[in-house]
Design a protein around this ligand. Sequence first.
Ligand code: NAD
Ligand code: 89V
Length: 342
Amino acid sequence: MKKGALIGCGFFAQNHLHAWKDIEDAEIVALCDRDERRLTETARLFGIDRTYVEAAAMLEAETLDFVDIATTVRTHRPLVEIAAASRVNIICQKPFAETMDDARAMVRAAQDAGVALMVHENFRWQSAIRAAKAEIDKGSIGTPFWGRVSFRSAYDVYSGQPYLATDEKFIIQDLGIHILDIARFLFGDVSTISASTRRVSPNIRAEDVATMMLVHEGGVTSIVDCSYATSLPRENFPETLLEIDGSDGTLRLDAGYRLTLCNALGTTERDVSPPLLPWAERPWHNIQESVLNIERHFVDCLAGGLAPETSGADNLKTLALVYAAYASAADGSRTIAMRNLA
Ligand code: NAD
Ligand code: 89V
């Protein structure tokens, strides 16, 4: 049994805690939050009686196999560094860091301490995305040469996460980071990126629309597009849609989790909806299931001594795309070479 502690008992951490309850080989034995009201309420809801307002005090007092850091980005580096200094394995929420220097320092701290570090980059763990990847890997559409990874919505994300309306950067750093990571997962690492951004809503500080073009090292060209300013007849939040063209066929993941394959064998359509876990609620059930999947992956990696798919070192490449996209957009959609940026 792996013993863990969770730091940050806010909006999204509630999903982490529900998912941990579903994992037999792991148990959250302690909680930490600087906000005593949130800490007490979360401890009561999940029946966890060891609570701390200071992460350092918790790491000192508890014997842990891992910490799960679910705070917002500004606190990630200091928390990762004190966890590494305590020789505890680490999961850290996305966005991993506000700068590449911070992210690299966190990867180094974990490496020097000999502990595992996984970024909680969960979107690639959604079952619909895994189903699409399995088809690519099976060769169902031959060799992919073009893709579109798309997230367009008008869902009110600001009520649950008010900081999204006031942070200096918004859609690429918060959501595009997931969609860029899916593009890497499906098509491999990236040679060049160009991007344009726009703020449509007058009520927020930063960009709520971004369109990015990626050329992947293996030769695929992909479009990664995100919007929180798109009112559709059917609200698709939080679905990521896919269009992938290959040498021997096409794959589409359309709204409503419909996966369509078209190849020499004909056209087939199937439902790849995520399960509705007992503690989940629509429309978030897709993301909530991916939290369970990534936590389970982390525990399996600890047990097997393996590096997680989205290790800190791996996530440097996703994070580098985020900051390159901002640089490109600021510079009138200049094409940026990714070599040496991670
Ligand atoms: P939140 O503000 O609701 O919660 C953060 C909590 O951390 C707060 O309760 C705060 O008091 C606590 N905290 C901050 N600094 C602390 C410290 N040094 N020690 C202890 N506690 C501290 O934020 P949220 O909306 O839950 O987001 C948290 C993170 O999760 C963000 O990085 C966000 O981007 C990410 N997130 C990820 C997903 C996903 O699908 N992967 C979804 C939503 C949010
Ligand atoms: O995943 C996230 O970080 C969330 C959301 C899906 C709403 O963008 O902020």
